[in-house]
Design a protein around this ligand. Structure first.
Ligand SMILES: NC(=O)c1ccc[n+]([C@@H]2O[C@H](COP(=O)([O-])OP(=O)(O)OC[C@H]3O[C@@H](n4cnc5c(N)ncnc54)[C@H](OP(=O)(O)O)[C@@H]3O)[C@@H](O)[C@H]2O)c1
Length: 235
């Protein structure tokens, strides 16, 4: 593979797994995340371990005014800019905390949705000039139907899914820092599995990818359940 991919939110979990997946496939990488030193370390790791070109960049999802310049910096790291963008950052604070404190709710909405739109708009303007390329962002099955346990988080993912007109991926529950310490992780997948499924979806030009695949069936059933019954279920 000779394409250049910008991985946004490469610092941990699914983003890091996706970075390694792309490095193993031979992609040239712009490794972007919040922690500058960690991005340098990760980029060096990709160069040494996989023999690919990799350049670090840092950004803060909440620093909206910096997004345009950040995307331009990323595009200037390699000749020809980037061919694809994988947006992987996000947060999921405890829903009770988010309901109790409007600042926590607002930050989650801004990190998961508003910043994603801001960054992807800047990235798509860049790709438009090239007239080619792809965009991938991590959604969630939590966005397929609202539940009391994650109403605000789910709404950020539903809004993101509506915004995305390109490729979309919907992982089920993934064993990463985001879910660390949560009780009962039913059917939890490894981030490497999600990364593999995501890139297979991108290569096959699929609009939506559920990972693992059985979440597509589970969510189809869940969407079919009438509201009056769904409200009584302890999901
Ligand atoms: N885990 C799951 O079960 C699951 C399921 C479905 C969808 N997802 C989605 O998958 C994506 C990745 O989640 P994950 O499971 O890999 O979680 P994770 O390990 O907690 O990774 C979250 C990433 O987001 C970054 N981030 C958070 N706030 C940021 C900010 N203000 N600016 C820049 N970066 C920020 C973090 O940076 P730092 O490393 O600096 O903290 C981290 O790299 C999220 O969008 C999540 O909603 C996860």
């Amino acid at each position: 593979m000779s394409e250049t991919v910008l991985v946004i939110g490469a610092g941990s979990g699914i983003g890091r797994a996706l970075l390694r997946q792309l490095a193993a496939e031979g992609a040239r990488l712009v490794v972007a995340g919040r922690r500058a030193e960690e991005m340098e370390r990760l980029a060096a790791d990709c160069r040494v371990r996989f023999g690919v070109e990799a350049a670090p960049e840092s950004f803060d999802a909440l620093d909206f005014d910096s997004h345009e310049a950040f995307i331009e910096r990323c595009a200037s790291r390699f000749e020809g800019g980037f061919d694809g963008v994988a947006l992987c950052h996000g947060e999921m604070p405890d829903e009770t905390d988010a309901r109790a404190d409007p600042h926590v709710a607002r930050r989650m909405i801004d990190v998961n949705y508003t910043s994603a739109v801001s960054l992807l708009e800047a990235a798509s303007r860049n790709l438009d000039q090239r007239r080619s390329g792809w965009i991938f962002a991590l959604g969630s099955v939590a966005g397929d139907r609202g539940r009391p346990g994650n109403a605000i988080y789910g709404s950020t993912k539903a809004a993101l899914a509506t915004y995305l007109s390109g490729l979309r991926s919907k992982p089920g529950v993934v064993d990463t820092g985001m879910t660390w310490g949560l009780p009962d992780l039913p059917l939890a997948a490894a981030p490497e599995r999600v990364a593999r499924d995501a890139m297979r979806g991108v290569r096959r030009d699929r609009a939506v990818v559920y990972s693992p695949w059985f979440w597509a069936i589970i969510m189809r059933v869940i969407r079919w359940i009438p509201d009056r019954i769904f409200k009584r279920l302890d999901l």
